[in-house]
Design a protein around this ligand. Structure first.
Ligand SMILES: [Zn+2]
Length: 324
């Protein structure tokens, strides 16, 4: 008889999470450079409404993403973000990250790159969101403001508002714009190849930020995102990511703004991006010490070569069909 009760020592997701232990002492030193004023601002840029942009930072630097709603119409601005290595070979990956960190990053939590690498690309070192402004009286569970998932796209907008919405901006379109600003993309001479690469990369699931949410079962028991209206946060509310590698932050200023108005009426605000030099280099570029890259791939392909795993090509005729 199988046992349907819960056992954390067997739950695979729980086991994955236990394998990832952040070095809190190290990140506290990074956090202290802000408190002591020993970090140096490298640059500040604005992510304008209805745009996507790419922001470069080096390993050891901190990227701050800041809200200043009261300089504008008072509304908090939702953003969608991805991190890429400059060669675009690795990115902050939904699958790797949610398997070990859950859907919403916590302080000291990392964003991890995709399978075959699973290296840490950034670590969350500040989350100044006023969580006391968030609540769900329906269930009294915590409301988060970050989650790994999809981003708005022409398709989703058309699902919701009809085909005329194809003309409206979306995070996907902003990601396409942002990726086209990365040198490794600009260097692809063939236009078709370049567009294909951009579309693949823009299609990655990303981290939604400043977007109040719960990922919970709905009334029918279907687990899905429950999105809340965003309260107006104080100017200077920020998130900070410590860069474990040289990288580009690819960021979209989401046309849904603060989710307080119907999509067509939403008026997005600028978001402010600052990059600081902490003077503290990452303590390792191999946080998990696992087999990866070419060695990882070889282990899989060896099994095909030796015949341990079947890879003969499947054509419609290759099945043992009962009727022809
Ligand atoms: Zn969006």
């Amino acid at each position: 008889m199988s046992n349907s009760s819960y056992n954390a020592d067997i739950d695979p997701v729980e086991q994955f999470a236990r394998g990832v232990k952040p070095n809190k002492e190290f990140y506290d030193k990074v956090i202290t450079t802000k408190e002591n004023g020993t970090r140096e601002m490298i640059y500040e840029e604005t992510l304008h409404p209805h745009t996507g942009d790419a922001f470069y930072a080096k390993a050891g630097q901190v990227i701050r993403i800041e809200q200043r709603p009261h300089q504008h119409n008072g509304r908090t601005q939702i953003s969608d973000i991805l991190f890429f290595t400059p060669d675009l070979e690795q990115w902050s990956d939904h699958l790797s990250t949610t398997a070990v960190e859950g859907f919403c990053p916590q302080i000291y939590g990392g964003l991890w790159t995709q399978s075959k690498f699973m290296e840490k690309i950034v670590t969350l070192v500040a989350d100044e969101y006023p969580y006391e402004l968030l609540s769900d009286p329906e269930n009294n569970m915590k409301v988060q403001h970050m989650f790994f998932a999809a981003h708005c796209s022409k398709e989703y907008n058309m699902c919701a508002y009809g085909n005329d919405a194809v003309h409206m901006n979306s995070c996907h379109e902003n990601f396409i714009q942002a990726l086209n600003r990365v040198p490794a993309i600009a260097a692809i001479k063939d236009e078709e190849e370049r567009r294909k690469r951009v579309q693949f990369l823009a299609d990655r699931n990303d981290l939604n930020i400043f977007q109040p949410n719960q990922i919970i079962p709905d009334r029918e028991g279907v687990t899905r995102g429950k999105m809340f209206l965003s309260p107006s946060v104080p100017d200077g509310t920020g998130l900070e990511f410590y860069c474990e590698k040289d990288l580009y932050l690819i960021a979209s200023n989401c046309p849904y703004a603060d989710q307080n108005l119907p999509f067509h009426e939403a008026k997005p605000n600028p978001i402010y991006i600052q990059v600081f030099e902490t003077g503290i280099k990452p303590y390792t570029n191999d946080h998990l010490g696992m087999v990866k890259g070419d060695e990882w791939e070889k282990l899989v392909y060896e099994k095909f070569k030796t015949g341990e795993k079947e890879t003969s090509v499947r054509t419609p005729d290759s099945y043992n069909l009962k009727t022809k």
